[in-house]
Design a protein around this ligand. Sequence first.
Ligand code: ZN
Length: 257
Amino acid sequence: MDCTNVQTLLDIYLDRELDAVRNLEIEAHLEGCARCSQSFGDRQIIRYGLKTESLYFKAPADLQKRIQRSVREAARAEMPTPWFSLSWMRIAAPMTAAALVVLLLIPFIKGPSTDERLTEDIVGSHIRSLMVNHLADVPSTDEHTVKPWFNGKIDFSPPVSDLAKEGFPLVGGRLDYLNDRPVAALVYQRDTHVINVFVWPSDKSAQISGPIKTRQGYHVIRWASAGVNFWVVSDLETSQLAKFAELLKSSVATSPR
Ligand SMILES: [Zn+2]
């Protein structure tokens, strides 16, 4: 083994990590080579010196904790933010509260009731019938003409009475569409005022009598009896319209169906 080989392996030799054959070869070389022996000596001194107490100092007691804390904080800063973290909770909590408030308010903000919506539809139909001058598909003052006209056009036979003797002559009838179904519209007149009576079947047991409602200057009276819905609408003065409604109710109750 030459000097170059020995110099290369000296540190490993010092660490006692060479195999037995190499150890013996190096030992033999060191005994016969002053230069390599000197290098070996120097390395031993350095190695010993590095082990002396004077090169070491005891760390402050809390240094370990400070380092551990710094490492933890650095690791946390690099981690992706979990969805349930505090920053998300700051956003999610008010949103959850707002959603809860909306849920609690839904019964109050769900919009107009079915009756309210129907009242507006009734008034709308009444106004349209006046605007387009399409009051009657069957213009007739004869209830015996108007009533049969609906046969085959709708799935029920509307009660039709002429109230001319009471001052509310029948003008005619037409088909209309309300409450998601075709309905019969019976048209009456009082002086220059037109009265639309919308009629369609109701629950047999329904006995409804609503108060007079006023929308856009038109008055609406509704009731249900004997399995029929009646919705009366006109710009006629309310006491007159109420009188008409009472007359219609009694005539329907007494007339054969
Ligand atoms: Zn040598």
